[in-house]
Write a protein that binds this ligand. Structure first.
Ligand SMILES: [Zn+2]
Ligand SMILES: [Zn+2]
Length: 425
């Protein structure tokens, strides 16, 4: 039986839209001054147990009442004048905390966490001769508690630059802030396109035009159509002749539109020996070739590393797709000598994908961080199989940010021409 006090663990790709719906709903009540998700959602963690929301209001009880009658709420776990928790129909738990507006910034900072980050910041503050708490900072001279209007002022009071929520994981961010070496993180608005989209040509649900229309509506400059190549796993994938047909179709579509550039591509499988499941000169005519493992995941570390690095040595390959093969909640990543993968990526100029599908988020943020500064270039691909999935790119940006990546490390920030140049190296 489901434990009603604890919620089901949700993917960020589910929790983030749920938190936004709730924030929109509460903002419409007229009782909100400021409002934001906190905790794991604000830090954009790959999975989320509880959606936390902090709001400031001059009518807290009314806001709590509004929260408790949220149409998607299935059950109220508890409620007081300033706090409440509900379980949504999909099993997600949402906790609301309402404070006065003067307390909003410190409370938001505190409940954004993580616990490790908060403890490290508290230790740092103590070394500075002061104390940081949920309610603000204790002034070392007067001993009085100081509240702050904005979150960045709390960091400034500790002589630190603002630390983005995605970095607050106690992975060295406070030391980097103190030394002035925090990364200038890639932002969502830096992303010019999606580099991994499936259409009806293989196992996607929509046409190239429908996907391109959606991408153009999101403000993207380009979209790479990377349907599956034909294989045992994808019998409806493209063979060489279908790839030729699709290239012609894309050329035709590009002539008809100025709003977005459609790049031709393929997601080829990497067989157990490290060869692509399609070997044909037509691959050279494509703008983007992704090579991905879709079978035989149980291999020794040496075999799997050899398999992926062999694929990187194929001339046509531009990107290794979902490099670890993990599926969140279902399959761990395969065993890889990641140092060797990075070295080969540098030697061959092949990029590593941050696959932004909510179940994948692969590379994981920890490996992005490991690779950061190595010179390896990353690509972000939604792996959309429906046009409604294109927004997943935002989750990929979150992974990149949690991995400390900067604009020059992410290929999607390039113009279409520069991107083609990178892949035609
Ligand atoms: Zn794939
Ligand atoms: Zn794919």
């Amino acid at each position: 039986m489901e434990d009603e006090q604890s919620s089901q663990v949700k993917l960020l790709g589910e929790a983030l839209p749920a938190s936004r719906s709730m924030v929109r709903y509460l903002s419409g009540s007229g009782y909100v001054i400021r409002i934001s998700p906190d905790g794991a959602v604000r830090r954009m963690c790959e999975t989320v147990e509880t959606i936390g929301i902090v709001a400031s209001s001059s009518k807290p009880a009314k806001l709590v009442q509004q929260f408790c009658v949220y149409p998607d709420a299935r059950r109220i776990l508890f409620r007081t004048t300033h706090r409440a928790a509900v379980i949504l129909k999909d099993g997600c738990r949402v906790d609301l905390r309402v404070v006065s507006d003067t307390r909003y910034a410190p409370v938001l900072r505190y409940h954004t966490g993580s616990t490790g980050h908060n403890l490290a910041l508290e230790a740092y503050a103590r070394r500075q001769g002061t104390q940081v708490r949920e309610s603000g900072i204790i002034d070392p001279i007067t001993g009085r508690q100081v509240a702050f209007a904005e979150e960045h002022e709390i960091f400034e009071a500790l002589n630190l630059p603002y630390i983005e929520p995605e970095l607050r994981e106690d992975r060295g961010e406070i030391q980097a802030a103190a030394m002035g070496t925090l990364p200038d993180l890639v932002r969502y608005r830096d992303i010019r396109g999606d580099l991994h989209v499936h259409t009806r040509w293989s196992d996607g649900a929509h046409s190239i035009t429908e996907c391109a229309d959606t991408a153009a509506g999101m403000g993207f400059d380009y979209i790479a159509i990377c349907d599956h190549s034909r294989s045992m796993q994808f019998p409806h994938g493209l063979d060489a002749s279908a790839i030729c047909d699709q290239i012609r179709e894309i050329e035709h579509l590009n002539r008809g539109r100025a709003d977005i550039r459609i790049l031709s591509g393929i997601e080829a499988g990497i067989d157990a020996t490290g060869n692509l499941d399609i070997v044909h000169p037509v691959l050279q005519d494509l703008d983007v070739v992704i090579a991905s493992v879709h079978s035989s995941f149980r291999m020794s570390r040496e075999e799997m590393t050899g398999r992926i690095t062999s694929a990187m040595h194929c001339d046509a390959v531009d990107i290794i797709g979902h490099p670890t093969g993990r599926i969140l909640g279902k399959r761990p990543g395969c065993s890889l000598d990641f140092g060797q993968v990075l070295k080969t990526a540098l030697d061959t100029g092949v990029s590593l994908e941050i696959n932004a599908h909510p179940r994948r988020l692969d590379l994981p943020d920890s490996l992005c961080r490991e690779a950061k500064g190595s010179g390896v270039i990353f690509t972000i691909g939604s792996d959309a199989h429906r046009k409604e999935h294109l927004w997943f790119t935002e989750l990929g940006v979150a992974v990149a940010r949690r991995g400390w990546l900067e604009i020059h490390e992410v290929a999607n920030t390039l113009t279409g021409d520069d991107l083609i140049r990178l892949f035609k190296r």
